[in-house]
Write a protein that binds this ligand. Structure first.
Ligand SMILES: [Zn+2]
Length: 111
């Protein structure tokens, strides 16, 4: 079974966070972790990581980084009608599968 196809969510998709501290915010998917069913969304769910002191930075430091969000907590946002949507899969005449918006039928794939 192809996990990636099952997720229906891809890098560069615009998603809205449906729950948690970032609820209601939108962002672009930077990375997908199919096995964990998690994604990283640009500028959302920022977590602070403490880094160890190194030769260059004796104090160590804090870096801010996007934390993973479970895919069940995000929904794709259609770039045409701007609604969150479940993805429907349409098969073109040439056999290619595309993802479309359930509201307006807009293609969600940009490539
Ligand atoms: Zn739409």
């Amino acid at each position: 079974m192809n996990q990636l196809a099952n997720l229906k969510i891809k890098k560069n998709d615009i998603v809205k966070v449906m729950t948690g501290k970032e609820k209601g915010k939108k962002g672009k998917i930077l990375m997908v972790f199919p096995m964990e069913k998690k994604v990283i969304v640009e500028r959302l769910n920022i977590v602070k990581r403490h880094t160890r002191p190194t030769q260059q930075m004796r104090q160590g430091g804090i870096i801010e980084k996007e934390g993973k969000i479970h895919i069940s907590n995000v929904m794709i946002v259609c770039n045409k009608c701007d609604k969150t949507t479940r993805v429907s899969i349409k098969i073109l005449e040439n056999g290619k599968k595309i993802r479309t918006c359930k509201h307006c039928g807009e293609m969600l794939d940009r490539d």
